[in-house]
Design a protein around this ligand. Structure first.
Ligand code: NDP
Ligand code: MG
Length: 380
């Protein structure tokens, strides 16, 4: 049976890999809705190939080519969310980067049967509200992030047993072995060379600071209803063990595979069926070793800040995320050195009093304040 799917953030790293799976399985998936921010030419090309019913761009292009006018177009602010009502999509893959994707996740819960979640920032910022809404509407949130997909896969066989601990693996990012004394002045060119995964720029920087792993602890806390103290992080440079679940009897289940995001994306798209996307088999004889080590918070202060933020609760994770989005963008534009990302996040968290989150409006207000405050620190 062919399922209709909306790919929100279709031109990005996750979006294009999801479309690669759809391309291999035309009888299983019809990408009925494709959206992007500003990459008009890329999106036009995808529209020509996949022939969706609807498409959206946040930034309206100067003109739309004749050969893509067969589908309905929506432009402007929040068009990736607004388009969902028109799409009739059964599933929505939320692959927009940053809190910009929260509105799409929120709206997808109203209009689609299942939400396939890559956009971790939506849970980091809107966690309780998004989880409550999904539960109230009885809509599954299927994880796409590789660690959360791994945990979700390990839990398929858990029966009535609750895990005792979740263990998230991390590559340690591009600067894992960078001399500590030079870390502060690492450049975007140093940071964008991720050792094992090819991803969008923002998440690649987040991997180097390990703020990404902090966001993932928060994401796992909400998705799997686990207290933060029961979620552990280990650096595993080979990125073969994608994460683990430990049970009361000490048994640990791990999900393994070559690092290829089409694995977790395809698992969410096909769930509960596994898809053959011609993954390279794991060659055990080729590994001389699989190693694990505790992260050093001197090298990765952002990980410590993220853990403090989730413990503080309320708007603290929203402030963490907003300040980080501003700082990472400034780093990628070479306005600030690498080390200033952690400083900006820390100062912003210290400056703003946290408050409870009661509504989505509270989330957006905290995000706006965090961005403004972080910008003020950067301007100095
Ligand atoms: P990319 O930067 O590669 O792609 C982001 C996509 O979102 C693009 O299609 C972009 O459009 C679109 N977009 C950006 N801003 C907006 C906006 N305001 N409104 C609508 N669309 C927007 O990111 P990734 O694919 O790497 O990451 C996407 C999400 O998935 C992130 O939350 C990330 O943390 C998560 N994730 C990614 C992984 C990966 O391997 N890449 C792994 C695990 C999680 P345009 O091209 O026009 O800019
Ligand atoms: Mg991940």
């Amino acid at each position: 049976m062919r399922r209709t799917i909306a790919i929100l953030g279709a031109t990005g790293s996750i979006g294009t890999q999801a479309l690669d799976i759809a391309r291999r399985y035309p009888d299983h998936f019809y990408p009925v809705c494709l959206t992007a921010h500003a990459s008009a030419e890329k999106l036009f090309q995808l529209v020509r190939e996949f022939r969706p019913r609807v498409a959206a761009l946040e930034i309206e292009p100067r003109e739309i080519p004749e050969d893509v006018k067969f589908c309905q177009w929506i432009f402007g602010k929040n068009s990736s969310a607004r388009v969902l009502a028109e799409s009739g999509a059964e599933d929505a893959l939320c692959a927009i980067v940053g809190i910009a994707g929260l509105d799409a996740v929120w709206t997808a819960l109203d209009h689609c049967q299942r939400v396939l979640l890559a956009n971790k920032e939506a849970l980091v910022t809107g966690g309780n509200l998004v989880m409550e809404k999904a539960a109230r509407l009885n809509k599954p949130l299927l994880p796409v992030d590789s660690e959360h997909s791994a945990i979700f896969q390990c839990l398929q066989g858990a029966g009535p047993n609750r895990p005792r601990r979740l263990i998230l693996t991390a590559s340690g990012g591009a600067l894992r072995d960078f001399p500590l004394e030079n870390l502060y002045y690492a450049t975007p060119a140093d940071v964008l060379k991720h050792p094992t995964w090819v991803m969008g720029k923002k998440i690649t920087v987040d991997c180097a600071t390990m703020l990404n792993k902090g966001l993932e602890v928060i994401e796992a806390h909400y998705l799997f209803h686990m207290p933060v103290e029961k979620i552990h992080v280990t650096i595993h440079p080979q990125s073969v063990v994608h994460s683990m679940v430990e049970f009361e009897d000490g048994a640990v289940l791990a999900q393994m595979g070559n690092p290829d995001m089409r694995g977790p994306i395809g698992y969410a798209m096909g769930y509960p069926h596994r898809l053959d996307y011609q993954a390279r088999p794991l060659d055990f004889a080729a590994f001389s070793q699989l190693t694990f080590q505790a992260p050093d918070l001197k090298r990765y202060p952002c990980l410590g800040l993220a853990l403090e933020a989730i413990r503080a609760g309320g708007t603290a994770p929203v402030i963490l995320n907003g300040a980080n989005e501003v700082a990472v963008a400034a780093f990628l534009m070479e306005r600030i050195p690498f080390g200033a990302i952690a400083e900006t996040v820390e100062k912003t968290l210290n400056r703003i009093q946290t408050a409870p989150v009661r509504s989505i409006e509270d989330v957006y207000a905290a995000d706006a304040l965090a961005r403004k405050t972080a910008e003020q620190f950067l301007a100095k």
